[in-house]
Design a protein around this ligand. Structure first.
Ligand code: SDX
Length: 439
């Protein structure tokens, strides 16, 4: 619904400058769910002032119809469907279709979409030679950034962002090739030959097959493990205007091609404050080592002078349980049972850490709960996936959200390049000093 058609509530929001007594009125806009917004698009033109909101804690950067989060209630909807239902009943390709098109696919639409994805899973043979240039110990996220950005050097028939057919092709290629690019990054690290995608396999099954199969024997992905991976991909597919999605939108606002925009999103996701947290959680649990050391680390997390934070805890939006963490905690037990992992000390440790933290006043007052990254790593580990691949799997899933938001933005009637301003507190104008006169 274009903003100017949004229901505009009376009265508008009045701003008063108590230095001059001047006041201005700005429209209040309402969406279908969530907080109203103050439309400040005319603020600078009318007042000569900017808003100031580093980290965008109180800023709506766009209008979107894709995902809604209610942080206080722990609600996550994709096109209106609760994440709990999607995780239990749908699969990743359906979620991709839903995020992109706004509705769950019919049987015919799903078959068409599946075909569009399946027949784009292979990589150009020349692109595969990229991997020869990476060191064995390259972080797979470094490889993902490089190879995904390079897709625009190969697929010239899907670079014109104003051509719907080019856009559709780029969307198919990005969703389809991320698992292949990821699996080849893993094979590079373990020195094994690349395994081609198989058209008869499901999406998650295909990825796990490319990860763990070798040319030496048949490899069958366990159906329950494939199902668990499908559910993990569904849970990580999209999450409103998070840092990496906002990065993709900002890159898209300059009309960069979709492959370059997604490469920027991968770079942003890599940070331990964002998608890199799943890797950081495993490192933290290994460092804590045993239940009796949990109080020591909880104490450190509360210490202002200690940079240590409980990784996998806290969230900018959720001030309640992240619904995805709740689902993943249940999945942990299922996958560990399926894989006969038996007692997983890290899971015991994670649950003890959660129990102690959630009883602690500091975490209660600051509303810090486990987020999506707290349990996912334990499931990946049980599947035999190395820690360095954890954020890569997050990227495989999140490309669905990134490209859906990119696609939504690129069709915005009122497209503007994203160009924030600043509060300048640096040196005021002064004249150049020749080096002979500098002290
Ligand atoms: C993801 O945005 C998304 O939707 C992201 C995501 C998605 O699907 O895209 O959900 C995925 O990125 C999940 C978050 C993964 N990151 C982590 O688990 C890293 C650990 N958590 C944080 O660093 C932190 O909680 C953030 C980055 C997630 C949120 O940071 P905010 O909203 O900017 O909050 P903040 O850093 O200002 O923290 C508020 C207070 C601070 O204390 P005060 O300065 O108010 O005294 O809470 C404290 C923080 O010190 N705090 C923590 C903490 N997280 C916040 N203290 C200890 N341990 C933590 N984990």
């Amino acid at each position: 619904m274009p903003l100017d058609k949004a229901a505009t509530k009376e009265p508008t929001f009045t701003l008063i400058d108590n230095r001059t007594g001047q006041n201005w009125n700005f429209p209040i806009l309402s969406g279908s769910l969530g907080p109203d917004v103050i439309d400040v698009r005319r603020l600078y033109a009318e007042t000569g002032m900017f808003t100031f909101d580093p980290g965008y804690t109180s800023t709506a950067s766009c209008e979107s119809t894709i995902t809604f989060i209610d942080g206080d209630e722990g609600v996550l909807l994709h096109r209106g469907y609760p994440i709990e239902q999607l995780a239990a009943k749908s699969d990743f390709l359906e979620i991709c279709y839903l995020l992109l098109n706004g509705e769950l696919p019919t049987k015919v639409q799903k078959k068409e979409f599946w075909k569009g994805i399946t027949y784009h899973t292979m990589l150009d043979e020349k692109l595969k030679s990229f991997y020869q240039g990476f060191r064995r110990d390259s972080h797979p996220m470094a490889i993902m950034c490089g190879v995904v950005g390079a897709l625009s050097a190969f697929y010239h028939d899907s670079l014109d962002i104003h051509d719907p057919e080019h856009r559709q092709l780029a969307i198919y290629r990005l969703i389809a090739k991320m698992p292949t690019i990821a699996a080849y990054a893993y094979k590079t690290a373990v020195g094994q030959p690349f395994i081609s995608p198989r058209n008869e396999l499901g999406f998650a099954e295909n990825f796990l097959h490319m990860m763990f199969a070798t040319p030496c024997e048949e490899y069958k992905v366990r159906p329950k493990v494939a199902r668990a991976m499908e559910r993990i991909l569904v849970l990580h597919a999209d999450h409103e205007q998070n840092a990496s999605t906002s990065t993709v939108r900002l890159a898209g606002s300059s009309h960069a091609n979709p492959f370059a925009c997604v490469a920027a999103g991968i770079a942003s996701l890599w940070g331990p404050a964002h998608g890199g947290a799943n890797e950081a959680v495993l490192k933290m649990l290994n460092e804590i080592g045993s239940k009796n050391r949990v109080p020591e680390y909880v104490k450190r997390a509360k210490d202002k002078d200690d940079p240590f934070r409980l990784m996998g805890f806290g969230h900018r939006v959720y001030k309640n349980f992240d619904p995805r963490a709740t689902i993943l905690r249940e999945s942990c037990h299922e996958v560990l049972d399926e894989l006969d992992v038996g007692e997983e000390p890290l899971l015991e440790l994670a649950m003890e850490l959660e129990r102690i933290a959630l009883q602690d006043d500091y975490f209660i007052k600051k509303k810090l709960y486990p987020n999506v990254d707290f349990y996912s790593g334990i499931i990946y580990r049980a599947m035999g996936i190395p820690v360095s691949m954890f954020t890569v799997i997050f990227a495989i899933a999140r490309v669905a959200g990134w490209i859906s938001h990119w696609n939504e933005w690129i069709q915005e009637p009122e497209q503007k390049i994203g160009r924030p301003r600043q509060l300048f507190t640096g040196a005021t104008k002064r004249n150049f000093v020749p080096i002979s006169q500098r002290r």
